[in-house]
Design a protein around this ligand. Structure first.
Ligand code: ADP
Ligand code: ZN
Length: 590
């Protein structure tokens, strides 16, 4: 019933939309098609002085004109000082209200379209499946000469840039790889917090390779009518093939590739499955030397349907991290290049103050500051403008936003990660700590990574115990420094890992004194049911022992631990050599 109602309603809406579209079409038929650009592209064009005129009204989209005479459409920020901002930049602002006065038919059409848009908006709320920028059906490719973005426009994110570099080479010379029979990456997933530059990165791949860039959003494919999504996917790839080589970017891939764990959706969603299958079959239909690459973006990798992640599909996963202090400085420098910064502005200080800011937020900060400076006609952007803008940006942030993480949480994270790192160095120096950071990733609060040669992954008892010690060290450090009542949930994954390892040691590998060489599973299967309690008892005792050891070790090295944590609080990210330096300094001091 629900579904029928929905469809009927959509019919009416569709009819209204088509009707107004036809009318509008007749009226506008002599107008050229407008280029659709993002707000960021718009701002860039403003900064480069390429904009002549903007038609301003209160709708979602605004129409504008380049100096070259071409027209474009972009999102309307609808902020109070937008008009002023434009005027200060020397752009003609034409308030549409005045323009249409007296033009009867025109205003009728406008009313009609607003009416249509309104109903459409209401409907969008009703059918929750549509999220974000639904309703855009045209796939507009940005041609190579207009892409205008390459790796030099991305500051920081060096690791991600490096791993994506390969893709550029592949798009440029697919034959080279085909000659060696190499199976090429077809799909890449970029994952990470919003505003970290995933779209930018995808665009840069197109820019570096000199091929067209087609950007769509997963929600563009989620429609009320079954089958529309799938046919749009086919349309998209047809368009891509017409260019030969190209980069397809699918933002918010989760809209069509979320895990199907039943329940939540009331037992799956036909429409989405069809769309997803269409996408997968288009991707497996690529010839290996075609030079089409699909790059998708998501905020969280773990919510995606596994079908998407299998080999031959989106099998490359690249994390795009929030910038640490060094990267923030680079991003700030990059985005202030075309802005008149006062000499009194210390970008290093700004980088220090903008913990957990994404690239987009940093860009926004400078932009707000520029608007404030323009408002004052002060000639340059001063430190006070940035300070003011800082509070605007922070206030506009969502509650759960990372940039509002408290100082106390940062300290806990720093000591937690320092604990892992120090215990690694003390108990298993042959393992390499490649990086520690307190910048949150999609996987959790901090980050700690260790390189262990996979061929000898904890096969020795000693190594397995060390891996447990290392895992426990985060919690142990929290407890030692902040007290037992203040330990956090941050150790959840560590405890899971430690328990898993220990359980295997006891159950399967005969690596504990009490059960000896008996295999618990065999005992259990032969009817010795009490072994369950034995295992838990055994695990607990052994885990407690290891935990006490770790705590003592940390206690003994309390000052080094503090030094690592403090250094993390200042620099946010430490490489192995930084860590070694701190430890050595204390070793010398005795
Ligand atoms: P995402 O797709 O991850 O949400 P975007 O690529 O849309 O993020 O980023 C929005 C804007 O933020 C970019 O257009 C750029 O101006 C700025 N930005 C984000 N990350 C960076 C970065 N690493 N270097 C330079 N600018 C960045
Ligand atoms: Zn941990």
């Amino acid at each position: 019933m629900e579904r029928i109602k929905k469809i009927k309603k959509s019919h009416i809406i569709a009819a209204i939309l088509i009707f107004s579209a036809i009318l509008a079409g007749i009226l506008f038929s002599r107008r050229p098609e407008h280029e659709r650009i993002t707000y960021n592209q718009f701002i860039q064009a403003v900064e480069e002085g390429r904009i002549e005129k903007v038609y301003l009204d209160n709708s979602e989209q605004i129409l504008g004109e380049y100096k070259s005479g071409e027209t474009f459409i972009t999102d309307n920020p609808r902020t109070e000082n937008f008009k002023e901002f434009l005027l200060v930049q020397g752009i003609i602002v034409d308030e549409v209200k005045e323009k249409i006065q007296g033009e009867q038919i025109f205003s009728t059409i406008v009313t009609l379209s607003i009416f249509g848009v309104l109903i459409f908006a209401v409907n969008r709320n009703v059918s929750k499946q549509k999220q974000g920028k639904a309703g855009k059906s045209i796939f507009n490719a940005i041609l190579p000469e207009n892409v205008n973005v390459n790796f030099s426009n991305i500051a920081g994110n060096e690791e991600a840039k490096e791993s994506i570099q390969e893709l550029v080479d592949f798009i440029k010379n697919p034959e080279k790889y085909a000659k060696y029979g190499a199976r090429l990456p077809r799909g890449v997933i970029l994952y990470g917090s919003p505003g970290t530059g995933k779209t930018l990165m995808a665009k840069a791949v197109a820019g570096e390779s000199g091929v067209p860039f087609i950007a769509v959003s997963g929600s563009d494919f989620v429609q009320v009518y079954v089958g529309v999504g799938a046919s749009r996917i086919r349309e998209l790839f047809k368009k891509a093939r017409s260019y030969g080589k190209c980069v397809i970017f699918i933002d918010e891939i989760d809209a069509l590739g979320k895990k199907r764990d039943g329940g939540v959706d009331g037992g799956g969603n036909d429409e989405r499955d069809q769309t997803l299958n269409a996408l997968l079959s288009e991707m497996s239909g690529f010839q290996d030397n075609e030079g089409i690459v699909v790059i998708a973006a998501t905020n969280r990798l773990d919510t995606l349907d596994e079908a998407l992640l299998r080999p031959g599909r989106f099998d490359r996963h690249i994390e795009i991290q929030l910038p640490d202090i060094k990267s923030r400085l680079k991003i700030l420098e990059l985005h202030s290049r075309n802005k008149p910064l006062d000499k009194g502005v210390n970008l290093e200080k700004v980088a220090q103050q903008t913990v957990y800011f994404s690239g987009a937020k940093l860009e926004n900060l400078l932009n707000e500051a520029a608007i404030l400076a323009a408002k004052r006609s002060s000639g340059s952007i001063q430190a006070q403008d940035i300070d003011k803008a800082f509070y605007t940006v922070i206030a506009g942030a969502e509650k759960k936003d990372r940039s509002t993480i408290s100082e106390q949480d940062r300290r806990v994270t720093a000591y937690h990660e320092a604990g892992h790192a120090l215990i690694t160095k003390l108990t298993a120096p042959e393992n390499r700590v490649s990086r520690i950071t307190i910048i949150p990733s999609t996987k959790g609060a901090g980050g700690f990574s260790m390189n262990i040669p996979p061929d000898r992954m904890y096969h020795k008892k000693k190594d397995m115990e060390n891996s447990i010690r290392i895992a426990l060290a985060g919690r142990a450090s929290e407890e030692l420094v902040f007290g037992e009542a203040n330990v956090t949930t941050g150790a959840a994954n560590d405890l899971e890992k430690a328990t898993d390892t220990l359980l295997n040691m006891i159950r399967r590998f005969g690596m504990n004194s009490r059960s000896g060489l008996l295999n618990y599973d065999v005992l259990y299967n032969n009817g010795f049911r009490q072994v369950q309690d034995d295992i838990i008892e055994e695990c607990r005792t052994h885990m407690d022992e290891l935990y006490q050891e770790v705590k003592e070790l940390l206690q003994k090295n309390r000052r080094v631990l503090g030094a690592i944590a403090e250094s993390l609080l200042t620099h946010e990210t430490l490489e192995e050599k930084d860590l070694d330096l701190i430890i050595q300094a204390f070793a010398k001091a005795g």
